[in-house]
Write a protein that binds this ligand. Structure first.
Ligand code: SAM
Length: 302
């Protein structure tokens, strides 16, 4: 790189840093002051618990590998604590926020001149597909997810085959345990199967409740979801596979055969279970992804 190019790059970096809002996201006083000044308040129904620990925010940003030019989606930026960290690292952030008051702060104060910040106002569950169609799959999704929509959002992405190479989520510890559970674990569920088709998942950080304001009454953890080089389920059966998972786990205590009855005729079930070498009295929580894939092929190959 020539000297002129180096100078230009350094100047652009300084300019980007100047675009970042100088706000102390770790100060409850500053946060409550900002909310009051703007006539805003926290709403429980939107799962609003802000991250106020600088060290937790730095770790989460680092897990997301937010380097120059990386395209990130963030669901629920709130006032922008994590967003600011990611922008400072050079990432381009598309953020989905439902709270109109927070949107006003983000748009008019926090990132007003930041060309690397895009705000999508409204419900992320309704809006993400439109953004996906226009912008394509992001490199990373990194969010302190609102707990009430967290698992629905992740399931929606996977079912629609929007599969970023890396996802980093702060969620209820209980949900993180389900994402990371293996066959036979007490936390293993249909959601564990769904999240493990295309991803290797790991709980990478437990967060103290004091990292948040207001303090939540459930434990929180960070999960790293890294896309597998190859999906565990062939593309051509991905959609029926997900249907099979839904049927298999529809009622936890029931046998595989009884759960499948909601979607398939008894003779189809019997033949498919035989072909996949699965006992009709088996329970879904003991089936691995490859067994469910074999069962799916057998169920749909007629
Ligand atoms: N990222 C911020 C932080 O870590 O400090 C705030 C995280 S807070 C747990 C969740 C955020 O998601 C809130 O700002 C809330 O308004 C927003 N939110 C809740 N439901 C949403 C939805 N369906 N679509 C988009 N944003 C949502």
């Amino acid at each position: 790189m020539s000297q002129t190019q180096q100078v230009a790059q350094a100047q652009s970096r300084v300019q980007s840093l100047a675009e970042i809002w100088d706000f102390d996201y770790t100060s409850i006083n500053d946060i409550t002051g900002l909310l009051k000044e703007n006539g805003l308040y926290m709403t429980k129904k939107f799962g609003q618990n802000f991250l106020i620990s600088d060290s937790a925010l730095n770790k989460i940003r680092d897990f997301a590998k937010c380097a120059e030019g990386v395209r990130v989606w963030e669901v629920g930026p709130g006032l922008g604590a994590l967003t600011a960290k990611m922008l400072q690292s050079g990432a381009r952030v598309t953020a989905f926020e439902i709270d109109r008051g927070f949107c006003r702060i983000l748009r008019e104060k926090a990132f007003v001149n930041n060309s690397r910040f895009t705000l999508v106002e409204g419900d992320a569950l309704k809006n993400w597909k439109t953004v996906w169609q226009t912008e394509g799959t992001p490199d990373v999704i990194c969010s302190n997810l609102p707990y009430n929509v967290g698992s629905v959002f992740i399931a929606d992405l996977i079912e629609n085959r929007c599969l970023p190479p890396l996802m980093v989520y702060t969620l209820q510890t209980e949900v993180v345990k389900r994402i990371c559970a293996d066959t036979g674990d007490p936390d293993y569920s249909g959601f564990s199967v769904l999240t493990s088709i295309d991803y290797e998942n790991k709980e990478v950080l437990k967060l103290s409740n004091r990292c948040f304001w207001p303090v939540p009454n459930v434990g929180s953890s960070v999960v790293l979801m890294k896309k597998r080089p190859q999906s565990q389920v062939p593309d051509e059966i991905a959609v029926p596979f997900i249907r099979t998972v839904r049927a298999l786990f529809s009622q936890r205590r029931k046998t595989v055969r009884n759960n499948l009855k909601t979607a398939f005729a008894p003779e189809v079930i019997e033949k498919a279970l035989n072909e996949a070498d699965i006992s009709e009295n088996e329970r879904a929580e003991n089936l691995s992804v490859s067994q469910i894939a074999a069962l799916t092929k057998a169920l749909y190959s007629r």
